[in-house]
Design a protein around this ligand. Structure first.
Ligand code: PBG
Length: 331
């Protein structure tokens, strides 16, 4: 490499930047529609749309508009959605028991989505937070902390029902130890051997999830607690590699890093180290920061595309982003 570095003016790096066509054909990374996954929020007993105040241009959607919303996503060529349920408050309890009923709102919705759009890949979170009245991702022990092994039992049942409902991908986002193995074993045993496990392998305990908690209406249940005893500390990078290695060994097909922009170094290191499909989640807070600055005229809309390219450059194969539809329309 060193010998190849020629000197000015033999080498003028600006030559390659002079024309738009040249810039395009020399692009090392770019966004295509196949890089984008659209998360959606579906709300039980809702008719029409309900805006999420802390997430500009994102709505909770009711069952009666689900089909037309999905049609828009399919029409631009997006291949996959991540479906998040907003559950009736009355159904929340300390054990999140609504999560592991076959006949619950999310499972019914997934079956319906797969009937309407069989080709559209559905991804569903495995975690109890939309269903617990304390807002944690698992069940609590006597001292009030999330109990790992008790939670595994609940998550296993939840994942099985999601697979049974027809979800192509189950995505454990709870960060309990051993969950991938427990879920993989259960899926094999029950003959759901083709259900893909997308592990939120390196999920940080991040304040960037704030608007999501509004979106799924768990904010008021969660208050100002933290998930620090199960999600990772933002200070740690080597631990992320350990988490990812464990999840691959336990049977994850795809791993995910979350949040995105503040954790690009993790995306890059994970991809380099493991060379397996690696997704990144541009989370609610990242989305809202960009959108609110754009709405104020402080940033131009192009920052969204730029942020997504940064994920590709870091090595991500695919991006969950609330901007998927909007970006796909303009590709
Ligand atoms: C639930 C879950 C969260 C997100 C996705 N799944 C929130 C959390 O862990 O507190 C965050 C997504 C976002 O902020 O856009 N386990």
């Amino acid at each position: 490499m060193k010998d190849l570095l020629r000197k000015f003016p033999t080498t003028r790096l600006r030559r390659n930047r002079l024309k738009s066509g040249l810039r395009s054909i020399l692009a090392e990374s770019d966004i295509t529609v196949n890089d984008l996954i659209q998360p959606i929020f579906i709300k039980e007993n809702l008719s029409g749309y309900e805006p999420i105040v802390s997430m500009p241009d994102v709505n909770r959607i009711g069952e009666n508009v689900l089909k037309s919303e999905l049609q828009k996503i399919v029409d631009v060529g997006i291949k996959a959605i991540a479906v998040f349920p907003v559950i009736d408050e009355k159904k929340k309890d300390p054990l999140g028991s609504e999560a592991y009923k076959q006949d619950n709102f999310l499972n019914n919705s997934i079956s319906k989505i797969k009937d309407l759009f069989p080709e559209l890949i559905t991804i569903a979170d495995v975690a109890l937070d939309p269903y617990t009245d304390h807002g944690h991702d698992g069940v609590l022990n006597e001292s009030g902390d999330v109990d790992n092994d008790l939670s595994l039992e609940a998550l296993k049942k939840q994942a099985l029902f999601l697979a049974k409902a027809g979800s192509d991908v189950v995505a454990p986002s709870d960060m309990m130890d051993g969950r991938i193995k427990v879920i993989r074993d259960a899926l094999e045993e029950e003959n759901y051997k083709d259900t893909v496990i997308l592990s939120y392998a390196a999920k940080y305990s991040s304040k960037f999830y704030g608007p999501f908690k509004d979106a799924v209406e768990s904010a008021k249940f969660f208050g100002n607690k933290t998930k620090d005893t199960y999600q990772m500390s933002p200070t740690n990078k080597l631990e992320a590699l350990h988490e990812v290695a464990m999840d691959i060994n336990e049977g994850a097909d795809i791993v995910m890093i979350k949040p995105g922009m503040p954790y690009l170094d993790i995306v890059s290191s994970v991809k380099e180290a493991f060379k397996i499909p690696t997704f990144v989640y541009q989370v609610s807070g990242e989305y809202s920061m960009l959108k609110s600055a754009i709405a104020n005229g402080w940033l131009s809309e192009e920052v969204i595309r730029e942020s997504l390219v940064s994920f590709k450059r870091a090595g991500a194969d695919c991006i969950l982003t609330y901007s998927a539809l909007e970006v796909a329309k303009n590709l």
